[in-house]
Design a protein around this ligand. Structure first.
Ligand SMILES: Cc1ncc(COP(=O)(O)O)c(C=O)c1O
Length: 430
């Protein structure tokens, strides 16, 4: 549990040598990245597969799957038999929404800031099954109490069947009061479906205490598991009501009779194999957790470093950009991701110019970031303001965020100078 190599540049040079040294990697939150040791373990596992695919898939894979669940059960402080492994958070949310028995007219409540793919899954449920969507408008910055009371009002007045909410919202990258929300769901008899795409490896989590109905977390984002891999928690009482996506060999009717032992292992047996794929990620989950314990000093040490770096990074970017960190009075919004306003006026641009050309402009910004500046800072418009999101990770240090922030300024300067986008005159003041 003692970390020997300091986090930041040195840690990157020691453990993350696959990252392009010219690339300013400040966007861990989007796709994750994993250390060299895990890469080698992953390749080893692929070799085991290639050595004898029949044995690997038929014999080893079910054992590896169960072992991975047991490791995760300890990691999440819950019974491993309440866990399943799926490809990603989107699949996890889809698995629940598309198989749990929801009736026409059942209401699903969710924040307006919900991840795009999940929002569209709800739209599909509305169109195909007549589920009623109840979005709750969230305009940040907000206090947690404000968010909770908005949901409570809807819980009381509209009696929704299920609530879908995040641990950390994608954009803007702010922490959501998911623990209090889970409690609120319990109080009002609303099913809780938690999208923890950003959770495992981002902050320590105790599912035994949280006791949600459904919870999915990507392991390939913050936990250093190679893509693709996510863990889906399903409360015991719902095991029979959820089916794999795709429905596959393991399908049993909701009311099938099985032995007591099979009942205990219902979820494990259903989700172990639902189609051919690469299983190497599952095999290295334990190695990832071990790497984090042995080389990083454990989950709390990782969180403490990344959270305090995100705060410092936010302040540094704020100085460069001249806009505030997206934060509330209680200071609960920053996790290991931080979101900072980029005031457009300084580039001679206004938000209305920007939103008028939203898709084109976003493509321009991201294209320039990639091709000319070797970085990627996701930007969005929220509350009529432009924001950029930064992710702190053990291989980053403060200077990475300063460099990335300056690169974004250059991108916006070129954008403002481009007659195609410039609606107002004036040069950057930065
Ligand atoms: C809140 C949230 N939910 C879901 C997802 C989707 O994750 P995946 O693409 O791994 O399914 C993301 C991705 O960033 C996210 O931020």
């Amino acid at each position: 549990m003692t970390q020997t190599v300091p986090f930041g540049k040195k840690f990157k040079e020691t453990y993350f040598t696959n990252i392009n040294p010219q690339y300013t990697a400040v966007n861990h939150g989007s796709y994750g990245l994993f250390p060299d040791k895990i890469f080698h373990r992953y390749v080893e596992e692929m070799k085991k597969d290639l050595y004898n695919p029949d044995n690997y898939v038929k014999v080893q894979q079910p054992e590896t799957y169960k072992k991975a669940l047991q490791t995760l059960g300890e990691f999440f402080h819950c019974d491993y038999r309440n866990l399943a492994l799926v490809d990603n958070a989107t699949t996890g949310v889809n698995t629940i929404l598309r198989s749990f028995p929801l009736d026409k007219g059942d209401k699903i409540v969710y924040p307006s800031t919900i991840y795009g793919a999940c929002g569209l899954t709800i739209k599909f449920m509305v169109n195909r099954y007549g589920i009623e969507a109840v979005p709750i408008e969230l305009v940040y910055p907000l206090e947690e109490t404000e968010i909770l009371s908005k949901f409570e009002k809807v819980f009381k007045e509209q009696k929704p069947k299920i609530a879908l909410f995040d641990v950390v919202i994608s954009m803007p990258g702010v922490k959501f009061p998911y623990e209090e929300m889970t409690e609120l769901c319990r109080k009002y008899g609303v099913l809780s479906l938690i999208d923890g795409a950003h959770c495992a490896g981002l902050n320590p989590i105790d599912l035994g205490k949280l006791r949600p109905d459904f919870f999915v977390t990507n392991l390939h984002k913050w936990l250093f598991v190679p893509r693709v891999c996510a863990s889906l928690y399903i409360d015991k009482k719902h095991h029979r009501s959820v089916h794999t996506l795709p429905v596959s060999h393991s399908y049993l009717d909701d009311n099938s009779k099985v032995s007591a032992e099979d009942e205990e292992n219902w979820l494990v047996d259903r989700f172990t194999f639902i189609g051919t794929k690469n299983f190497a990620s599952i095999a290295v989950i334990g190695d990832c957790i071990r790497f984090r314990q042995e080389e990083c000093g454990g989950e709390q040490a990782v969180y403490d470093y990344c959270h305090s770096l995100a705060i410092k990074a936010g302040d540094a970017v704020s100085k460069i950009w001249g806009g505030p960190v997206l934060q509330n009075k209680a200071k609960t919004l920053v996790s290991t991701m931080v979101t900072v306003e980029l005031p457009l006026e300084q580039f001679g641009l206004s938000i209305t110019d920007f939103t008028g050309n939203y898709v084109e402009t976003i493509e321009y910004v991201f294209g320039r970031e990639f091709q000319e500046y070797n970085t990627y800072v996701p930007v969005i418009v929220h509350n009529k303001k432009m924001y950029g999101r930064f992710s702190a990770q053990v291989y980053t240090e403060l200077s990475d965020f300063e460099v990335a922030a300056r690169k974004v300024v250059e991108v916006f300067n070129t954008l403002a100078d481009d007659p195609k986008f410039r609606k107002l005159s004036g040069k950057s003041k930065l």
